[in-house]
Design a protein around this ligand. Structure first.
Ligand code: AMP
Ligand code: MN
Ligand code: MN
Ligand code: MN
Length: 285
């Protein structure tokens, strides 16, 4: 394996806010030419045993994964973990605590939507959640599209559930320090997910990378579905500046909704040391 390996180390199943099962994802990844795969459900490791078995069944090398929701400087940041022991009690407890606020948040979101005339959104969103502990904004988006209130999920976020909109509810997720330590103490590597998506000033972003490193974080997503060419150049430089390894992942959620399919991503730039070089002994074959 090298920087040209078709690694896809970020995607979601029905265990969080994806629409495919772990088994269907494994088959799709294999069919798309993925050579190393990780399934990274939000705040969950409940699907990992299935993903390991499904990957083995199709002959696809696999790394365990998750994507933890973190609040840093009042902004939601996502930290991907790869290669953890998915049976770690400490990791389970941390993720369970992170998930626990989601139901009340969803009820508050539905109340906000009711005030602008959209009724029954909590029950509606819950119908789309494969895992009731993991009700997310994506499930609200699917409900509002299905009922014809919006034409696509992007419009739902823009009009109803992004920060400042009627269905948005501020939420306090895990701390950066806790998320990195749950991952690293269970044998995994912590990685900053899709950094190009956050609305940070340059100073705030510097603080994120500096603190992440200080807590023991080791990687950053350089190539992801959300990054354009300028982002790839910028975070390639960040790898050198901060001494980080580079990751690559589509963030695939659904054949209907995702622009970037499993394994259909630009190569990791050759100047970047891939995260999978340091994770060889964590791969399930
Ligand atoms: P939550 O963790 O409940 O706040 O939901 C966040 C999820 O919403 C992300 O993981 C994405 O899957 C999805 N999401 C965020 N912004 C958008 C957007 N503009 N369009 C579609 N999906 C989005
Ligand atoms: Mn998601
Ligand atoms: Mn994310
Ligand atoms: Mn994701």
């Amino acid at each position: 394996m090298n920087s040209l390996t078709n690694a896809d180390l970020h995607c979601h199943s029905v265990v969080s806010d994806g629409t495919l099962t772990p088994e269907a994802l494994a088959e799709r990844a294999k069919a798309n030419g993925v050579e190393l795969w990780a399934m990274t459900d939000h705040d969950e490791i409940g699907g990992q045993a299935r993903a390991i078995a499904a990957a083995r069944a199709v002959g696809l090398p696999y790394l365990t994964g998750t994507e933890i929701s973190v609040t840093f400087l009042n902004v939601t940041v996502h930290i991907v973990g790869l290669g953890m022991d998915h049976k770690s009690p400490e990791l389970f407890a941390g993720l369970h605590a992170t998930r626990s606020g989601r139901e009340q948040r969803a009820r508050d979101m539905a109340n906000g939507l009711a005030r602008v005339g959209i009724k029954g959104a909590f029950e509606g969103a819950l119908q789309y959640a494969g895992n009731p502990e993991l009700i997310s904004r994506t499930h609200f988006a699917r409900f509002l599209v299905e009922t014809g209130i919006c034409k696509d999920t992007n419009e739902v976020f823009r009009k109803y559930i992004n920060d400042g909109k009627p269905g948005f509810v501020p939420h306090r997720w895990a701390t950066l320090s806790d998320a990195v330590s749950w991952i690293t103490r269970s044998g995994g590597m912590a990685i900053i997910a899709h950094p190009g998506r956050y609305k940070f000033t340059a100073n705030e972003e510097f603080a994120l990378f500096t603190e992440f490193k200080a807590h023991g974080g080791q990687g950053v997503e350089v190539v992801t579905g959300a990054h354009g060419p300028a982002d790839v150049v910028k975070y390639t430089d960040f790898c050198r500046e901060f001494g980080l390894l580079g990751s690559r992942g589509s963030d695939f959620h659904s054949p209907e909704e995702s622009h970037t399919d499993l394994g259909r991503l630009p190569d990791l730039p050759g100047q970047v040391t891939p995260v999978w070089e340091a994770l060889q002994d964590r791969i399930h074959h």
